[in-house]
Write a protein that binds this ligand. Structure first.
Ligand SMILES: [Cu+2]
Length: 349
Protein backbone atom coordinates (compact mmCIF):
# COMPACT_ATOMS: atom_id res chain seq x y z
CA UNK A 1 0.00 0.00 0.00
CA UNK A 2 2.69 2.43 1.00
CA UNK A 3 4.42 1.84 -2.30
CA UNK A 4 1.29 2.57 -4.30
CA UNK A 5 0.75 5.74 -2.33
CA UNK A 6 4.30 6.87 -3.08
CA UNK A 7 3.79 6.14 -6.76
CA UNK A 8 0.60 8.20 -6.79
CA UNK A 9 2.31 11.06 -5.01
CA UNK A 10 5.02 11.01 -7.61
CA UNK A 11 2.45 11.43 -10.35
CA UNK A 12 0.75 14.43 -8.78
CA UNK A 13 1.16 17.46 -11.05
CA UNK A 14 3.39 20.15 -9.64
CA UNK A 15 4.95 17.95 -6.97
CA UNK A 16 8.66 18.63 -6.52
CA UNK A 17 10.04 15.14 -6.48
CA UNK A 18 13.82 15.37 -6.50
CA UNK A 19 15.63 14.13 -9.57
CA UNK A 20 17.11 10.75 -8.92
CA UNK A 21 20.56 9.73 -10.05
CA UNK A 22 21.62 6.15 -9.44
CA UNK A 23 25.31 5.76 -8.71
CA UNK A 24 27.16 2.48 -8.91
CA UNK A 25 30.56 2.25 -7.18
CA UNK A 26 33.09 -0.49 -7.82
CA UNK A 27 36.84 -0.94 -8.30
CA UNK A 28 37.67 1.47 -9.83
CA UNK A 29 34.83 3.46 -11.31
CA UNK A 30 31.86 5.65 -10.53
CA UNK A 31 28.91 5.06 -12.88
CA UNK A 32 26.00 7.49 -13.00
CA UNK A 33 22.58 6.59 -14.43
CA UNK A 34 22.41 10.10 -15.92
CA UNK A 35 25.10 12.62 -16.62
CA UNK A 36 22.77 15.54 -17.39
CA UNK A 37 20.02 16.56 -15.01
CA UNK A 38 17.87 19.58 -14.39
CA UNK A 39 18.69 22.10 -11.67
CA UNK A 40 16.91 21.59 -8.38
CA UNK A 41 16.79 18.91 -5.74
CA UNK A 42 18.52 15.65 -6.64
CA UNK A 43 18.81 12.42 -4.72
CA UNK A 44 21.84 10.24 -5.36
CA UNK A 45 20.99 6.61 -4.71
CA UNK A 46 24.38 5.00 -4.27
CA UNK A 47 25.15 1.28 -4.43
CA UNK A 48 28.55 -0.18 -3.70
CA UNK A 49 28.84 -3.21 -6.00
CA UNK A 50 32.56 -3.51 -5.32
CA UNK A 51 34.55 -5.55 -2.84
CA UNK A 52 35.83 -2.81 -0.56
CA UNK A 53 34.18 0.23 1.08
CA UNK A 54 33.62 3.32 -1.06
CA UNK A 55 31.76 6.62 -0.80
CA UNK A 56 30.89 9.58 -2.99
CA UNK A 57 31.62 13.24 -2.77
CA UNK A 58 29.82 15.78 -4.97
CA UNK A 59 31.90 18.85 -5.66
CA UNK A 60 31.33 21.96 -7.76
CA UNK A 61 29.63 25.37 -7.80
CA UNK A 62 30.67 25.94 -4.20
CA UNK A 63 29.23 22.65 -2.99
CA UNK A 64 31.32 19.92 -1.39
CA UNK A 65 29.24 17.21 0.23
CA UNK A 66 30.06 13.60 0.93
CA UNK A 67 28.14 10.55 1.96
CA UNK A 68 29.16 8.20 4.75
CA UNK A 69 31.33 5.29 3.65
CA UNK A 70 29.28 2.48 2.11
CA UNK A 71 30.25 -1.12 2.75
CA UNK A 72 30.37 -3.62 -0.15
CA UNK A 73 26.85 -4.61 -1.19
CA UNK A 74 25.22 -1.77 0.78
CA UNK A 75 23.40 1.40 -0.31
CA UNK A 76 23.24 5.01 0.74
CA UNK A 77 21.52 8.18 -0.38
CA UNK A 78 22.47 11.82 -0.51
CA UNK A 79 20.01 14.60 -1.38
CA UNK A 80 21.30 17.97 -2.49
CA UNK A 81 19.92 21.00 -4.30
CA UNK A 82 22.13 21.68 -7.28
CA UNK A 83 22.21 24.79 -9.42
CA UNK A 84 23.28 24.79 -13.05
CA UNK A 85 26.91 23.95 -13.72
CA UNK A 86 29.24 20.98 -13.76
CA UNK A 87 30.03 18.83 -10.77
CA UNK A 88 32.55 16.13 -10.00
CA UNK A 89 31.22 12.97 -8.39
CA UNK A 90 34.10 10.95 -6.97
CA UNK A 91 35.10 8.52 -4.26
CA UNK A 92 36.87 10.38 -1.43
CA UNK A 93 38.15 7.19 0.25
CA UNK A 94 41.90 6.71 0.60
CA UNK A 95 43.03 10.35 0.61
CA UNK A 96 42.57 10.63 -3.14
CA UNK A 97 43.85 7.19 -4.11
CA UNK A 98 40.45 5.83 -5.20
CA UNK A 99 39.85 8.95 -7.28
CA UNK A 100 43.26 8.57 -8.83
CA UNK A 101 42.40 4.99 -9.70
CA UNK A 102 39.49 6.20 -11.82
CA UNK A 103 36.65 6.59 -9.33
CA UNK A 104 35.34 9.88 -10.67
CA UNK A 105 32.55 10.99 -12.99
CA UNK A 106 31.15 14.28 -14.17
CA UNK A 107 27.60 15.48 -13.71
CA UNK A 108 26.19 18.39 -15.70
CA UNK A 109 23.26 20.26 -14.22
CA UNK A 110 21.29 22.30 -16.74
CA UNK A 111 18.28 24.60 -16.54
CA UNK A 112 15.03 23.21 -15.15
CA UNK A 113 13.29 20.47 -17.13
CA UNK A 114 16.25 19.28 -19.14
CA UNK A 115 16.93 15.93 -17.53
CA UNK A 116 17.81 12.96 -19.68
CA UNK A 117 15.53 9.99 -19.35
CA UNK A 118 17.18 7.91 -16.67
CA UNK A 119 18.07 4.24 -16.76
CA UNK A 120 20.92 1.86 -16.41
CA UNK A 121 20.26 0.74 -19.96
CA UNK A 122 21.10 4.12 -21.38
CA UNK A 123 24.41 4.74 -23.05
CA UNK A 124 25.20 7.23 -20.33
CA UNK A 125 25.54 4.45 -17.76
CA UNK A 126 28.21 2.60 -19.62
CA UNK A 127 30.81 5.26 -20.21
CA UNK A 128 31.94 8.23 -18.21
CA UNK A 129 33.15 11.05 -20.45
CA UNK A 130 36.76 10.37 -21.34
CA UNK A 131 39.16 11.95 -18.91
CA UNK A 132 41.43 14.54 -20.45
CA UNK A 133 44.62 12.87 -21.66
CA UNK A 134 46.98 12.77 -18.70
CA UNK A 135 50.30 14.46 -19.25
CA UNK A 136 53.24 12.06 -19.35
CA UNK A 137 55.14 12.24 -16.12
CA UNK A 138 58.58 10.79 -15.55
CA UNK A 139 60.57 10.17 -12.40
CA UNK A 140 64.20 9.16 -11.96
CA UNK A 141 65.05 7.33 -8.74
CA UNK A 142 68.54 6.70 -7.38
CA UNK A 143 69.25 4.39 -4.48
CA UNK A 144 71.12 5.60 -1.43
CA UNK A 145 71.74 4.99 2.26
CA UNK A 146 71.94 1.70 4.12
CA UNK A 147 71.00 -1.38 2.06
CA UNK A 148 69.16 -4.24 3.70
CA UNK A 149 67.89 -7.58 2.56
CA UNK A 150 64.59 -8.53 4.13
CA UNK A 151 64.35 -12.20 5.03
CA UNK A 152 61.19 -14.17 5.78
CA UNK A 153 59.65 -13.66 9.19
CA UNK A 154 56.44 -12.68 10.97
CA UNK A 155 54.67 -9.40 10.17
CA UNK A 156 54.97 -7.16 13.25
CA UNK A 157 51.43 -5.67 13.12
CA UNK A 158 49.19 -8.74 12.73
CA UNK A 159 46.31 -7.26 14.78
CA UNK A 160 46.19 -4.09 12.70
CA UNK A 161 46.19 -6.04 9.44
CA UNK A 162 43.63 -8.69 10.49
CA UNK A 163 40.40 -6.68 9.94
CA UNK A 164 41.63 -5.49 6.52
CA UNK A 165 42.63 -9.02 5.48
CA UNK A 166 39.12 -10.22 6.23
CA UNK A 167 37.89 -8.30 3.16
CA UNK A 168 40.42 -9.89 0.83
CA UNK A 169 38.32 -12.82 -0.46
CA UNK A 170 40.30 -15.35 -2.46
CA UNK A 171 43.60 -13.73 -1.66
CA UNK A 172 43.09 -13.94 2.07
CA UNK A 173 44.56 -17.38 2.64
CA UNK A 174 47.84 -16.65 0.89
CA UNK A 175 48.19 -13.36 2.70
CA UNK A 176 47.42 -14.88 6.08
CA UNK A 177 50.27 -17.32 5.68
CA UNK A 178 52.51 -14.30 5.01
CA UNK A 179 51.47 -12.84 8.36
CA UNK A 180 53.29 -15.73 10.04
CA UNK A 181 56.20 -15.97 7.65
CA UNK A 182 56.46 -13.49 4.84
CA UNK A 183 58.55 -10.76 3.29
CA UNK A 184 57.40 -7.90 5.57
CA UNK A 185 59.42 -8.85 8.60
CA UNK A 186 61.93 -7.42 11.02
CA UNK A 187 64.39 -10.11 10.01
CA UNK A 188 66.93 -8.13 8.01
CA UNK A 189 70.56 -8.43 6.91
CA UNK A 190 72.91 -5.60 5.94
CA UNK A 191 74.04 -5.99 2.32
CA UNK A 192 75.31 -3.71 -0.44
CA UNK A 193 74.19 -2.78 -3.92
CA UNK A 194 72.71 -0.11 -6.16
CA UNK A 195 69.48 0.48 -8.02
CA UNK A 196 68.44 3.27 -10.30
CA UNK A 197 65.55 3.51 -12.69
CA UNK A 198 63.35 5.86 -14.66
CA UNK A 199 59.59 5.33 -14.84
CA UNK A 200 57.08 6.99 -17.15
CA UNK A 201 53.45 7.36 -16.13
CA UNK A 202 51.32 7.92 -19.22
CA UNK A 203 47.93 7.26 -17.60
CA UNK A 204 46.09 3.96 -17.82
CA UNK A 205 48.26 2.37 -20.53
CA UNK A 206 51.62 2.59 -22.26
CA UNK A 207 53.62 3.22 -19.08
CA UNK A 208 57.23 2.19 -19.22
CA UNK A 209 60.30 1.56 -17.10
CA UNK A 210 64.04 1.36 -17.56
CA UNK A 211 66.55 0.50 -14.88
CA UNK A 212 69.11 -1.85 -13.37
CA UNK A 213 69.65 -3.17 -9.85
CA UNK A 214 72.73 -5.02 -8.67
CA UNK A 215 73.24 -6.33 -5.18
CA UNK A 216 74.95 -9.01 -3.14
CA UNK A 217 72.71 -10.97 -0.78
CA UNK A 218 73.55 -12.22 2.70
CA UNK A 219 74.39 -15.71 1.32
CA UNK A 220 77.18 -14.27 -0.86
CA UNK A 221 75.29 -14.47 -4.20
CA UNK A 222 75.43 -11.58 -6.66
CA UNK A 223 72.15 -10.63 -8.33
CA UNK A 224 71.44 -8.40 -11.29
CA UNK A 225 68.00 -7.28 -12.42
CA UNK A 226 67.29 -5.49 -15.68
CA UNK A 227 63.82 -3.98 -15.82
CA UNK A 228 62.13 -4.83 -19.09
CA UNK A 229 58.43 -3.89 -19.32
CA UNK A 230 55.53 -2.94 -17.09
CA UNK A 231 52.92 -5.30 -15.71
CA UNK A 232 49.38 -4.05 -16.18
CA UNK A 233 47.06 -6.94 -15.34
CA UNK A 234 44.86 -6.00 -12.37
CA UNK A 235 43.51 -8.34 -9.72
CA UNK A 236 40.74 -7.15 -7.35
CA UNK A 237 42.73 -5.67 -4.48
CA UNK A 238 45.85 -5.18 -6.54
CA UNK A 239 45.37 -2.72 -9.38
CA UNK A 240 48.61 -2.17 -11.27
CA UNK A 241 47.72 1.36 -12.26
CA UNK A 242 48.84 0.77 -15.84
CA UNK A 243 52.26 -0.29 -14.58
CA UNK A 244 53.48 2.95 -13.03
CA UNK A 245 51.78 5.40 -10.69
CA UNK A 246 53.19 8.55 -9.19
CA UNK A 247 52.01 9.74 -5.79
CA UNK A 248 49.77 7.19 -4.11
CA UNK A 249 48.54 6.64 -0.55
CA UNK A 250 47.97 2.92 -0.13
CA UNK A 251 48.68 -0.37 1.70
CA UNK A 252 47.90 -0.73 5.41
CA UNK A 253 44.44 0.53 6.28
CA UNK A 254 43.54 1.66 2.75
CA UNK A 255 42.38 -1.74 1.40
CA UNK A 256 44.38 -0.98 -1.72
CA UNK A 257 47.06 -3.67 -1.96
CA UNK A 258 48.23 -5.84 0.88
CA UNK A 259 47.84 -4.64 4.49
CA UNK A 260 51.07 -6.51 5.24
CA UNK A 261 52.87 -3.30 4.35
CA UNK A 262 52.14 -0.39 6.71
CA UNK A 263 50.04 2.52 5.41
CA UNK A 264 52.35 4.61 3.24
CA UNK A 265 52.64 7.37 0.70
CA UNK A 266 54.69 6.70 -2.38
CA UNK A 267 56.43 9.02 -4.83
CA UNK A 268 56.31 6.22 -7.39
CA UNK A 269 55.11 2.63 -7.43
CA UNK A 270 55.54 0.26 -10.33
CA UNK A 271 54.92 -3.30 -11.35
CA UNK A 272 57.19 -4.72 -14.01
CA UNK A 273 58.82 -7.79 -15.51
CA UNK A 274 62.57 -8.06 -15.55
CA UNK A 275 65.53 -10.20 -16.54
CA UNK A 276 67.19 -11.69 -13.47
CA UNK A 277 70.74 -13.07 -13.20
CA UNK A 278 72.37 -14.86 -10.27
CA UNK A 279 76.18 -14.93 -10.29
CA UNK A 280 76.06 -14.09 -13.99
CA UNK A 281 73.67 -16.92 -14.90
CA UNK A 282 70.20 -16.10 -16.26
CA UNK A 283 67.46 -17.14 -13.79
CA UNK A 284 64.37 -15.82 -15.62
CA UNK A 285 63.25 -13.35 -18.23
CA UNK A 286 59.94 -12.93 -16.42
CA UNK A 287 60.82 -11.99 -12.88
CA UNK A 288 57.88 -10.15 -11.33
CA UNK A 289 59.06 -6.91 -9.84
CA UNK A 290 57.37 -4.44 -7.48
CA UNK A 291 59.18 -1.20 -6.76
CA UNK A 292 58.18 1.67 -4.51
CA UNK A 293 59.84 4.86 -3.37
CA UNK A 294 57.85 5.41 -0.21
CA UNK A 295 57.61 7.04 3.17
CA UNK A 296 60.05 5.37 5.56
CA UNK A 297 58.64 2.28 7.23
CA UNK A 298 61.83 1.16 8.98
CA UNK A 299 63.78 2.85 11.72
CA UNK A 300 67.51 3.49 11.71
CA UNK A 301 69.72 1.03 13.56
CA UNK A 302 68.00 -2.35 13.40
CA UNK A 303 65.69 -1.44 10.47
CA UNK A 304 62.64 -2.92 12.14
CA UNK A 305 59.25 -1.87 10.78
CA UNK A 306 58.55 1.08 13.05
CA UNK A 307 54.99 2.23 12.32
CA UNK A 308 51.63 0.89 11.16
CA UNK A 309 50.75 4.31 9.72
CA UNK A 310 53.95 5.51 8.11
CA UNK A 311 52.27 7.81 5.60
CA UNK A 312 53.71 11.02 7.04
CA UNK A 313 57.32 9.92 7.16
CA UNK A 314 59.90 11.23 4.71
CA UNK A 315 59.69 9.60 1.27
CA UNK A 316 63.14 8.07 0.91
CA UNK A 317 62.80 4.30 1.30
CA UNK A 318 63.30 2.45 -1.97
CA UNK A 319 61.85 -1.07 -1.97
CA UNK A 320 62.67 -3.64 -4.60
CA UNK A 321 60.75 -6.88 -4.45
CA UNK A 322 61.43 -9.65 -6.96
CA UNK A 323 59.34 -12.81 -7.31
CA UNK A 324 59.48 -15.69 -9.80
CA UNK A 325 57.38 -15.30 -12.95
CA UNK A 326 54.02 -17.08 -13.24
CA UNK A 327 54.55 -20.85 -12.88
CA UNK A 328 58.29 -20.52 -12.29
CA UNK A 329 60.22 -22.13 -9.40
CA UNK A 330 61.21 -20.20 -6.31
CA UNK A 331 64.55 -18.40 -6.35
CA UNK A 332 67.59 -19.80 -4.63
CA UNK A 333 67.21 -17.36 -1.73
CA UNK A 334 65.60 -17.49 1.73
CA UNK A 335 61.81 -17.74 1.21
CA UNK A 336 62.33 -18.03 -2.55
CA UNK A 337 62.08 -14.27 -3.09
CA UNK A 338 64.34 -11.23 -3.12
CA UNK A 339 63.46 -8.13 -1.15
CA UNK A 340 65.95 -5.28 -0.85
CA UNK A 341 65.55 -1.79 0.65
CA UNK A 342 67.67 1.30 0.22
CA UNK A 343 66.78 3.50 3.14
CA UNK A 344 67.88 6.94 1.92
CA UNK A 345 67.08 7.18 -1.74
CA UNK A 346 66.26 10.20 -3.85
CA UNK A 347 64.20 11.09 -6.88
CA UNK A 348 63.69 13.86 -9.36
CA UNK A 349 60.90 14.47 -11.84
CU1 LIG B 1 36.35 4.21 -3.34
Amino acid sequence: MKRILLLLLGLLPGSHEPNQVSVRLSEWKVELSQQNIAAGPVTFVVTNTGQIPHAIEVEGQGIEREIETIQPGANGTLTLTLKAGTYEVYCPVGEGSHKKLGMEARLTVGGAGRSESPGYGSAAMSEAPPAPAAAVQAIRVTSGGPVIQILPGPFPFPDSAAPILRAFGDEREGLESQVKNGPYSNNVAAISGTFSFTAWDKGATRDSVDGIAEFGTQDGAHWKLILDRVQTKDVPHHPRFGGVILGLYYHGVTQVHTPLVPTINSAVALWAFGHLYRNGVAVTENAMVHVMLLSRTRRDGDFALACWDCSRNKIEELQLQILPGPGEPKFDAPGGFLFVNWERSTSRS
